[in-house]
Design a protein around this ligand. Structure first.
Ligand SMILES: [Zn+2]
Ligand SMILES: [Zn+2]
Length: 190
């Protein structure tokens, strides 16, 4: 966020899709910044047991000192069990298929537009329901071919073609030496 010139203190609400490490292990340093620098209140929407799961993560990350470190931060957890409104943002959770734990996608209403966010998902009917009619969709596209419990590049292309009115941003891309892989923060027009 600092590299992009974004102030972490301006985030009012976060939506957590699931508790796999690549989706939550960035939270402890972010939340420490909020606790020590920005302070104030932060709302977090997530799957069942969101408060318990993040509580355990923060206790582990900050060696049991999180409670005293976070005295200046008010964290408010919301279980995404149906449509809701948090910090003025209306959202609808959508249950997605992702291995054995599943994933919670969100349709988020901002300024008359709909943003669909998937997290991780197999390319099943639930993913189509998540992005149906959305103005913008942020969806994973992990790697070429068939990827266990994820969406492959060709499947992502087919999803985009089924929803031509939606602007797609694909994330969760394999990087490194894989042919066709994107570099960090690179934008590729597909
Ligand atoms: Zn995952
Ligand atoms: Zn992931």
């Amino acid at each position: 966020m600092h590299r992009l010139g974004l102030d972490p203190g301006r985030v009012d609400v976060m939506f957590i899709s699931h508790f796999h490490g690549d989706h939550v292990l960035g939270l402890p340093p972010f939340l420490l910044q909020r606790a020590l620098v920005s302070k104030g209140r932060l709302d977090i929407v997530g799957p069942p047991r969101i408060a318990e799961q993040l509580g355990q993560l923060l206790d582990l990350a900050w060696a049991g000192e999180w409670t005293s470190l976070s005295a200046g931060l008010t964290l408010c957890f919301h279980q995404a069990e149906g449509p809701g409104t948090v910090a003025g943002i209306t959202y609808t959770p959508v249950a997605l298929d992702h291995g054995s734990i599943g994933c919670t996608g969100y349709r988020i209403h901002i300024g008359g537009k709909v943003l669909a966010y998937a997290g991780d998902s197999e390319p099943t009917e639930a993913l189509d329901q998540l992005v149906e009619g959305a103005d913008v969709a942020i969806v994973e596209a992990t790697a070429p071919g068939s990827v266990h419990s994820h969406t492959g590049w060709e499947e992502a292309r087919q999803l985009r073609d089924r929803h031509p009115q939606t602007l797609f941003f694909f994330n969760h891309l394999y990087a490194g030496t894989l042919e066709g892989a994107a570099r960090d923060l690179q934008t590729v027009n597909v």
